[in-house]
Design a protein around this ligand. Structure first.
Ligand SMILES: Nc1ncnc2c1ncn2[C@@H]1O[C@H](COP(=O)(O)OP(=O)(O)OP(=O)(O)O)[C@@H](O)[C@H]1O
Length: 322
């Protein structure tokens, strides 16, 4: 069974200077509540078994994130990144992004080319920033419509993604007053959805970060419209597909999105046990276009090909034994 999707792999072990920097400012596992269920689901798979061929392409090398994003992400957002980098020396809250992580290096050119993408890399590898930069490259803040939706499995994860998105969206000091900045709405379970309903009606935000339940509530009541949607991101996709409560709503959402022209779909996850089968299904179900790219960055060192065992014979005299 042949397929046209490509798999980008990055087998090398990597420790970026920026990663070390980020570790000194940010907690190493921001999404700690997800770690326990991630461990549990490592052994679970998408319960499908056919295999799909994949082609491996060479990795892209780019020195800075700014170079990688130039011409795609608006200056406002790029300046924002640089701004935060300089201030990160005095602020423990915000960390600047200078060197792309391996997954950003691989995924960003694919995302900027307009292709659908499955971003598959370990926790803390920088997937969130990769898909947010894509969103900032396609969303037009002058249009008053929801142009990007990020679906997250939990409220906590949603709050973290919202924080990063709002940091990038915030108006920089140099920005001219009349220029409209990006608007980000968090539609998360347990929030005050009444306020959000009036906001959605009066002036729809550019970017919505939502749990599936809250998103479906708004869609069912026709308060949120996805006619102008350009990018749909499903974060922690394997968790969403493993959750019996969510899976039917998720499939419905993906089917609606597949009918929108000029759409781009991104799936992100730290673990997709049967990733080839998953990508094959995405194409078959039309959740992604046929030229979807699977970007797989695995920084875990592979098992060594062989092991040498040595032992030392030590002579003990009877005296030592006593
Ligand atoms: N290019 C970069 N340079 C420095 N730090 C970065 C860079 N990209 C991301 N980070 C930082 O690395 C940390 C982890 O990033 P992020 O949350 O995007 O990872 P993730 O792969 O989405 O994780 P998860 O699987 O939990 O969703 C964050 O603190 C983020 O600020």
């Amino acid at each position: 069974m042949a397929s046209s999707f490509a798999t980008h792999t990055h087998p090398l072990s990597w420790t970026s200077p920026m990663k070390l920097l980020s570790h000194s400012f940010a907690p190493p596992y921001r999404k700690s509540s997800l770690l326990s269920y991630r461990r549990n689901r490592m052994s679970n798979c998408l319960s499908l078994s056919a295999s799909v061929n994949s082609s491996v392409e060479t990795s892209n090398t780019c020195s800075t994130l700014l170079e990688l994003c130039e011409g795609h992400v608006p200056d406002l957002v790029l300046r924002r990144q640089a701004f935060f980098f300089f201030f990160s020396y005095v602020s423990a809250e915000e960390v600047g992004y200078i060197v792309p992580t391996p997954v950003q290096n691989e995924a960003l050119p694919v995302l900027f080319s307009g292709r659908d993408c499955v971003i598959h890399a370990q926790t803390g590898s920088g997937k969130t920033l990769a898909y947010l930069l894509l969103i900032f490259s396609v969303v037009n803040p002058q249009r008053s419509s929801v142009q990007a939706v990020i679906v997250v499995p939990t409220r906590e994860l949603g709050m973290q993604v919202t924080k990063v998105a709002r940091t990038l969206a915030a108006k920089s000091l140099q920005l001219e007053n009349e220029q409209k900045s990006f608007t980000v709405m968090a539609l998360l379970d347990g929030g005050t959805l009444r306020r959000h309903k009036s906001w959605l009606k009066v002036e729809p935000p550019d970017i919505v970060i939502a749990t599936l339940r809250s998103l479906c509530q708004m869609l069912d009541k026709h308060i949120l419209k996805l006619d102008a949607l350009r990018v749909l991101v499903i974060d922690e996709v394997d968790f969403m597909f493993n959750s019996s409560k969510e899976v039917s709503s998720l499939k419905k959402l993906l089917t609606i999105h597949s009918s929108i022209n000029s759409r781009q779909t991104v799936f992100a996850s730290a673990s997709i046990p049967q990733h080839r089968r998953f990508v094959y299904d995405c194409i078959q179900q039309k959740w992604t276009k046929a030229n979807v790219v699977h970007v797989h960055v695995n920084l875990i060192e592979p098992m060594p090909s062989c092991l040498y065992h040595r032992y030392v014979v030590r002579k003990c005299s009877n005296k030592n034994l006593r």
